[in-house]
Every structure is written in C-alpha cells, then in structure tokens.
Design a protein around this ligand. Structure first.
Ligand SMILES: [Zn+2]
Length: 130
C-alpha cells in the first residue's frame, strides 16, 4: 500500500528531526575533537599503555563519526526521494516499503525482504575466500 499524505508528512518530520539531531551530534564531536586533539588524549605521557588507549579512543570516535555521516547521507537521499515522489518504494523490487519499517528506519531504501537478501549477499560476517 502506498504511503498516505499524512504518513509521508510524518516521515518527513522524522527525517528532519533525525537530521538535525545528527548534525548537532557531529558538530559536538567536531568541537570536542578540536578541544581535545589526539595528543591531549595521550597527555604527553610516554607510557605506551596510555598511548594505545588514546589511539583506541580516536578510532572509536572516528568510527562513530563515519557512522553518523553515513546515516546523514542516507537521510539526505530519503529527502530527495520525498521530493521526487520515489520515497517509500523499494529500490530493488519496486514494491511499497511498509510504513512501520519506514517509521523505525526513515532512511530505508529497500523492503524487508530485499534488505534481508541484500545483507545475506553483501553484509554480515566476512566469509573466508576459500
Ligand atoms: Zn523489495
């Protein structure tokens, strides 16, 4: 069933709110990174244990920022799709994506079935090549 105008309106609100939250989060992260650059995490201590903790923290922050950025891009694509009217349609099979799924994950591009197939094919555990 295609989305109703009300559902589309609600989802647009969810996307905008999530985008704003992500943007604030990323700004905060960036500000924190400026205030506390890598060298300050390490505190200039030569102890190698402290240094590896600092590296770990930097890696974690980087991973979080990358994840936030990816989600942000996904939401931008969703907004464009809302504009051109292709939002809520599965990019793989062309069926309508369930409203409940979009509400939980407004950036979803695929229906549940296609998403599961996609993850089985491309995602999940890295498989040994042999
Ligand atoms: Zn599909």
């Amino acid at each position: 069933m295609p989305l109703t105008d009300k559902q589309t309106h609600d989802l647009r609100g969810l996307i905008d709110a999530r985008r704003k939250a992500l943007l604030a989060e990323m700004r905060e992260d960036a500000a924190r990174a400026r205030e506390q650059p890598y060298s300050e995490h390490a505190g200039g201590v030569s102890d190698s244990g402290d240094e590896s903790v600092a590296t770990l923290i930097a890696d974690l922050e980087q991973a979080e920022l990358t994840r936030d950025l990816e989600e942000f891009r996904t939401l931008d694509v969703a907004r464009n799709r809302l504009q051109d009217g292709s939002y809520g349609v599965c990019t793989d099979c062309g069926s309508d994506i369930a409203f409940e799924r979009l509400k939980a994950s407004p950036g979803a591009m695929r229906c549940i079935q296609c998403q599961e197939r996609h993850e089985k094919t491309y995602g999940g555990e890295p498989r040994p090549s042999l």
